[in-house]
Ligand binder design. Structure first.
Ligand code: GDP
Length: 206
């Protein structure tokens, strides 16, 4: 039986006014382009083509919302990295992501990092940004935005390399995020990632 039997695409948002109503719970997915984000979303939701929607022309720079169950959504953020985004593009999606961060329903951020690259400066910036939500500024650390890192494509690493990548990521992330090895292709860590998502959806947050 599928964990999320009624997944549906909701909307591609080009501006905050197009976001779904800020009720229920949602989890954002982010990562550098090509990190394996779409494959991770598909594996975790057990939908082979769900995240393909986000890759269709016209939608790649938008925030794509999917409903996994009533009141439970994921938000697929545009991939980042490579050449710095053109200024015009940054001007449109910086406010978009800024508005997402302040949403009541946002429970946390799943960050996909290629296990062979490890956690980089851009990933650390995104985590710092997520945790600097003004909504969270007066909350104790344990109540701030949760971040979980998937070290993706772990099938490309040997067991020793995987253990080393995990150790190094833990050292780089400290208390700012939890982290696990993951492979959509090799089916590594899918249950663990699903458990994190479900635990976050279950968190009551005001
Ligand atoms: P996105 O751009 O972050 O959404 O990444 P995609 O999910 O589209 O994956 C980018 C590339 O990495 C594709 O060629 C995938 O086939 C490959 N890829 C994704 N996940 C895995 C994985 O778990 N193992 C391996 N070996 N390759 C993967």
């Amino acid at each position: 039986m599928s964990l999320f039997p009624n997944v549906q695409f909701l909307v591609s948002a080009a501006q905050p006014g197009q976001f779904p109503a800020d009720r229920g719970a949602e989890v954002a997915f982010a990562g550098r382009s090509n990190a394996g984000k779409s494959s991770a979303i598909n594996a975790i939701t057990q939908r082979h083509a769900l995240a393909r929607v986000s890759k269709t022309p016209g939608r790649t720079r938008l925030l794509n919302f999917f409903e996994l169950a009533p009141g439970q959504r994921i938000v697929d953020l545009p991939g980042y990295g490579y050449a710095a985004a053109p200024e015009a593009e940054r001007r449109t999606w910086a406010p978009l992501i800024g508005a997402l961060r302040e949403r009541q329903s946002l429970r946390g951020l799943v960050l996909i990092v290629d296990s062979r690259r490890g956690v980089g400066a851009e990933d650390e910036n995104l985590i710092a940004w997520a945790r600097a939500s003004t909504r969270d500024s007066e909350r104790p650390t344990e109540d701030q935005m949760r971040v979980h890192v998937l070290l993706s494509k772990a099938d490309k690493l040997t067991r020793n390399e995987g253990a080393k990548a995990l150790r190094e990521a833990k050292a780089a992330l400290g208390d700012s995020a939890t982290v696990q090895l993951f492979s959509a292709l090799g089916k590594v860590g899918i249950d663990e990632a699903q458990r994190v998502l479900q635990a976050w959806f279950a968190v009551a947050r005001s």
